[in-house]
Design a protein around this ligand. Structure first.
Ligand code: ZN
Length: 253
């Protein structure tokens, strides 16, 4: 094993542009300064609430400023004017993008929209981070139809979900399909993170902050999210995997 990787903390869910009502944007400077102050080594960054083309421009600009710190994902969103699949493929094969982001808030997860994207992710060997907003059956279908595609389910299934039974279904799904990974950003019921680790294994549970956020400030927010994982008192090997090892392996970094 690469000794440099041990103990590396990777935030696997960071927005250059959010999906909130104001479509908040954060500069790479703010993101990296926050990481420095919290002790996060690398962050996966992406933009949403914009076109695939613009998401590529924003992430490229950020990563060129901070190579080695920021890892770009490309945002997949259908477009009337341009073939998005070609843009995704170019971003991954020529521009160094390491994964794809999909969000049910901006496009349906129906098979006629998502399947070309998941097939591409499978073919190119990159993970797809999907915020499915609790749409369990869409994720179940993707996992079943694309066994070779690595699917990262954002927020343990649904952002700030208080419905334990729904989270349980996503954990059980991960038990059934080895290509499902669980992103534990934006999880309100933190004991479900521990449960996911003990049931599914830390090699498929991934830390992220879903930041930056201003409450109380970007540093305080990211620190609180990191402390949430540390407070679980996982076995050291599990904590290390959740905080960076698992995503590092997935992204081959
Ligand atoms: Zn997010």
């Amino acid at each position: 094993m690469d000794l440099g990787v041990i103990g590396m903390i990777v935030d696997a869910h960071v927005h250059l542009k959010h999906g909130d009502i104001r479509r908040t944007e954060y500069s790479p400077e703010v993101i990296v300064e926050t990481m420095d102050r919290v002790g996060i080594d690398k962050s996966v960054v992406f933009a949403m609430s914009t076109t695939t083309k613009r998401s590529i421009e924003m992430a490229l600009e950020a990563v060129r400023k901070y190579p080695g710190r920021l890892i770009p994902f490309v945002y997949a969103l259908p477009n009337y004017e341009r073939p998005v699949i070609a843009e995704l493929e170019e971003a991954i094969t020529k521009l160094g993008f390491k994964g794809i982001k999909l969000h049910a808030g901006e496009c349906t997860l129906a098979e006629y929209v998502t399947d070309p994207v998941i097939a591409l992710a499978e073919r190119l060997g990159v993970p797809c981070l999907i915020d499915c907003m609790g749409r369990f059956w869409d994720i179940e279908r993707m996992a079943r139809c694309f066994p070779g595609a690595k699917l990262i389910v954002a927020h343990l299934g649904r952002y700030l979900c208080e419905d334990e039974a729904l989270i349980d279904r996503f954990i059980e799904l991960a038990l059934r399909y080895e290509n499902i990974f669980l992103d534990v950003s934006g999880v309100a019921l933190t004991h479900k993170i521990r449960e996911a680790v003990s049931k599914v294994g830390s090699d498929r549970v991934i830390f992220g902050t879903d930041g930056p956020h201003e409450a109380p400030d970007t540093v305080g927010f990211a620190k609180k999210e990191l402390d949430k994982i540390k407070a679980l008192n996982l076995d050291p090997e599990d904590e290390e995997a959740v905080l960076g090892g698992t995503i590092a392996r997935l992204l081959k970094i």
